[in-house]
Design a protein around this ligand. Structure first.
Ligand SMILES: NC(=O)c1ccc[n+]([C@@H]2O[C@H](COP(=O)([O-])OP(=O)(O)OC[C@H]3O[C@@H](n4cnc5c(N)ncnc54)[C@H](O)[C@@H]3O)[C@@H](O)[C@H]2O)c1
Length: 312
């Protein structure tokens, strides 16, 4: 990563991509390039955001494009291009349409930003992150998927609302795949260091875990068109920030495992340290037999989908 101002590309200027770009600008993280197959769409959103530069007190440039040459030199590329869910769909229903998009986008990134760290957002997240790593041939630590930070943020929100305390004081840990098999971990969810198992009864915790796992679906149902984007776009921006600023945040994210938790050759949500090089370390938590079984069950589901649907 070069010295001086960071450059961050966001592929897909739709709901999640534009929200991510806006949060990146608001946090003054560097120059931003928005890329979409619809050039005018990317250019229009970039110009709109750039015109907010004065009110946001933001000096970096925000430009729109459909040309991969413009992402050259990017330190981070956030990938949000692809179809979102509609009511009644699972994330896995998107695989056919979105795998082709990721092949095209990955080829563009590998050609023009070969040193970037890729933060994947496109669903089905864990499968598309694996596919992106294969398409680009980047080392696994430079391709990471955004899911756990969002799923944990959803859980913290529900916990804070239930206890009646500040969101800021709650830290949650949600592992596993970004789908119905996700694994909320109440034992590792705390309020200012106090495990929630000491603050809430079992029934309430179970209800919170279930609402977390269905958190995206709840919003799809309410919106009736498209899926969540404020929290997802912000979550991706925070991952990009940890990378460009080398903050080394310890967050759950989709990472390629090579033996950790008894799993390999699969991308799945686990705690990682995210710094300038991408995933700098995968943390192996001590899990109970039931927790480990849930995590392995989730990973095995995606491992099966990788071979069945993508031929890996
Ligand atoms: N990982 C997560 O936590 C999470 C959360 C929310 C949404 N998502 C996923 O993020 C993706 C985007 O969601 P959204 O709500 O922003 O959708 P959206 O439809 O608003 O935006 C998608 C954008 O991708 C663009 N696009 C399509 N094909 C492209 C290509 N080949 N190259 C470049 N751009 C292309 C479209 O023109 C569109 O602007 C979806 O797959 C959605 O399921 C993931």
């Amino acid at each position: 990563m070069g010295e001086g101002k960071a450059k961050i590309a966001v592929i897909g200027a739709g709901n999640v991509g534009a929200t991510c770009a806006f949060v990146l600008a608001e946090r003054k993280l560097g120059d931003i390039v928005l890329l979409d197959i619809y050039e005018g769409f990317a250019k229009g959103k970039a110009l709109d955001m750039a015109q907010g530069g004065q009110v946001l007190n933001y000096d970096g440039s925000i430009t729109g494009t459909s040309d991969y040459a413009d992402i050259a030199g990017s330190d981070v590329v956030v990938v949000t291009s692809g179809f979102p869910r509609q009511p009644g769909m699972t994330r896995e229903d998107l695989i056919e349409k979105n795998a082709g998009i990721i092949t095209e986008v990955g080829t563009g990134i590998a050609a023009h930003a070969p040193d970037a760290v890729i933060v994947m957002v496109t669903n089905p997240l864990d499968l598309m992150t694996y596919h992106m790593q294969k398409v680009t041939g980047f080392p696994a630590e430079r391709v990471v998927g955004q899911a756990g930070i969002l799923d944990s943020a959803r859980m913290t929100h529900f916990v804070a609302a239930e206890i009646g305390c500040s969101n800021e004081d709650v830290t949650a840990m949600v592992l596993g795949g970004h789908g119905d098999t996700m694994v909320p971990l109440p034992r590792y969810t705390t309020v200012s260091g106090i495990p929630i198992t000491q603050l809430l009864d079992e029934e309430t915790i179970t209800a919170i875990s279930e609402r977390t796992a269905g958190g995206g679906g709840e919003i799809v149902k309410l919106l009736e068109r498209g899926s969540a984007f404020y929290a997802p776009g912000s979550a991706a921006a925070i991952m990009a920030e940890s990378i460009v600023k080398d903050r080394k945040r310890l967050i759950p994210a989709s990472a390629r495992l090579s033996g950790q938790y008894g799993l390999e050759d699969v991308y799945i949500g686990v705690p990682v340290i995210l710094g300038r090089g991408g995933i700098e370390r995968i943390i192996e938590l001590e899990l109970t037999d039931a927790e480990l079984e849930s995590l392995q069950g989730s990973a095995n589901f995606y491992r099966g989908q990788l071979s069945e649907l993508l031929g890996y």
